[in-house]
Design a protein around this ligand. Structure first.
Ligand SMILES: [Zn+2]
Length: 245
């Protein structure tokens, strides 16, 4: 068991709890799915709610883990089975400070077919770099599909590579960012983009689609990281209005 990385400002813990509720309100997570953030003062620790439906999370549900996804408090409540997704991505990617794992339904078909997810509009510009598909069967054969130990977490982090998004075959996806706000933004707009892309393919009737080029994606992602994050301010305010925190 590892020592705590130290206290975290209550407003940051509240933001993480609010992020879980925001993702539920935007249809990214339902009874399942989770969001975490790296400990702001200890890069080898991260914070995530106990195993609980995201729409129900309050700040007191937030638990601290080390990168082996072992809780720092021996009396911590039960955690998510798939918390290893988060610990292993933080270990592999020092530049990332927040991770969202979801099973949002519009995204799943892109993990089941050869059709790649493309950036169909500017808010989803981050997708122009591509979204690799993690097929758990490649290394582990037939499984229950869950990333339920460190070895599977490492394999997923390997597949993610230097991307921000990875799809998980017949399961869901992960969306990551340098901040909690950017990871939530990307998780929300990955789901929205998937819906737009389904509509676009239907309209294109088998023809090509004029998605963002990699360079357009790079350029369009810059304002998303600043002005685009006003969406967070709106979403955060809605949660504060409901909860008082
Ligand atoms: Zn899952």
């Amino acid at each position: 068991m590892s020592a705590s990385g130290g206290p975290v400002a209550p407003e940051l813990v509240a933001d993480l709890a609010a992020a879980a509720r925001i993702l539920a309100a935007r249809g990214v997570v339902d009874g399942f799915g989770h969001v975490s953030m790296r400990h702001p003062g200890a890069p080898d620790r991260y914070l995530m709610s106990r195993a609980l439906a995201p729409a129900l999370v309050v700040p007191a549900d937030i638990v601290e883990y080390d990168l082996n996804s072992v809780p720092c408090d021996p009396d911590a409540p039960k955690g998510f089975l798939e918390r290893f997704i988060h610990g292993e991505i933080y270990r592999a990617r020092p530049d990332l400070n927040a991770v969202v794992h979801s099973h949002s339904p519009s995204v799943i078909p892109f993990g089941l077919t050869d059709t790649p997810m493309q950036a169909c509009f500017h808010n989803a510009a981050f997708l122009a770099r591509g979204a690799p598909v993690f097929n758990i069967q490649d290394r582990f054969g037939d499984t229950d599909m869950l990333v339920s130990d460190g070895e599977k977490g490492v394999a997923l982090a390997d597949c993610l590579g230097d991307h921000d998004i990875a799809l998980m075959r017949a399961h869901g996806s992960v969306a990551c960012g340098p901040t909690l706000q950017s990871a939530v933004f990307r998780a929300v707009y990955t789901e929205v983009n998937a819906r737009v892309q389904h509509w676009t393919h239907a309209l294109a009737n088998g023809g090509p689609i004029a998605a963002l080029s990699p360079e357009e994606g790079r350029l369009a992602d810059q304002p998303n990281q600043t002005a685009g994050l006003r969406a967070w301010d709106l979403w955060r305010r809605e949660i504060r209005k409901d909860t008082g925190w």
